[in-house]
Design a protein around this ligand. Structure first.
Ligand SMILES: C[S@@+](CC[C@H](N)C(=O)[O-])C[C@H]1O[C@@H](n2cnc3c(N)ncnc32)[C@H](O)[C@@H]1O
Length: 259
């Protein structure tokens, strides 16, 4: 991805911002996003437990408003929230400024320098814009920033059964790359990372994501129920979904630095 496109992506986020504190996106229903975020936090927590995240520092690249921060704090000695878009950074820094274990950093990953290693480097919602070379450079740098045994977790889109590319509908000149699980497995191996697992981060629930269902819920004054508590037993079921046999899906991809 050339410098110009990187800047366009960051300018997009700067202008559009995120639609709520729990959101990773600029256009979505805030109630539905709230529910998605609850499920994603639950699924990510299960991953961190299963993959035995070592206690240490966490770097969240392209952190947005830092929606994963409360979870990271349970495992980390320090959480670094790195965000390139000015308006999002200001908002994020405002939210987290009073926590002494959280460092908010304004800037791009490419330019970020840190003397100490991390036990987790996390990137959610940024790598699908990266072409193969840019993605390789990201993995090289992220791997170098990890301590041995540390985790690289990517929340991104995968496409099953084939790779799928399309022009971004909101960032002019940018392409969205939806890669296959096998592509990620190969990439991990090329960077000397142990591939742990790909797990869907949230259910697809196409019926619920359909605007008509949301409008009906709104008319019935039931949409706020999406912000309700979910019993742990139901959450467990929601959090154990496998990759679907076809289509573009949002996933967590776990990799571990071995040496
Ligand atoms: C889709 S949003 C996701 C926000 C957050 N990670 C989440 O999942 O809720 C992507 C964010 O990454 C930021 N970003 C994109 N490229 C970046 C880069 N190279 N360095 C730092 N931040 C970046 C954008 O400004 C935007 O806030």
């Amino acid at each position: 991805m050339d410098r110009d496109t990187t800047q366009k992506v960051i300018q997009y986020w700067d202008k559009a911002s995120l639609c709520s504190r729990e959101s990773s996106t600029s256009h979505a229903d805030p109630d539905l996003v709230y529910l998605d975020n609850l499920v994603e936090l639950f699924v990510l927590r299960q991953c961190l437990d299963a993959w035995r995240l070592p206690r240490g520092r966490v770097l969240d690249v392209g952190a947005g408003f830092g929606r994963f921060t409360p979870l990271f704090l349970q495992f980390a000695t320090q959480v670094v929230l790195l965000e390139a878009a000015d308006s999002i950074y200001q908002n994020m820094a405002d939210i987290w400024k009073s926590h002494e274990d959280i460092k908010c950093h304004h800037g791009e990953f490419d330019a970020y320098v840190d003397d100490d290693l991390f036990s987790l480097v996390f990137a959610s919602g940024i790598l699908y814009f990266y072409d193969d070379n840019t993605l390789n450079a990201f993995l090289t740098k992220a791997t170098a920033m990890l301590s041995v045994g540390g985790l690289l977790i990517v929340r991104d889109f995968v496409s099953v059964p084939r790779e799928y590319e399309k022009k971004s509908s909101y960032v002019e000149g940018a392409t969205c790359y939806y890669r296959t699980p096998d592509y990620w497995k190969r990439l991990a191996a090329e960077h000397g990372l142990e591939f742990l697992k790909i797990t869907r981060s949230k259910p697809q629930w196409n019926w619920l994501r359909n605007g008509r269902t949301l409008r009906i819920l709104e008319l019935l004054r039931l949409k706020h129920c999406l912000r309700g508590q979910i019993p742990a037993s139901i959450m467990k079921k929601l959090g154990s979904f496998r990759l679907g046999a076809s289509g573009v899906q949002t996933v967590f991809i776990g990799m571990r630095k071995m040496s």
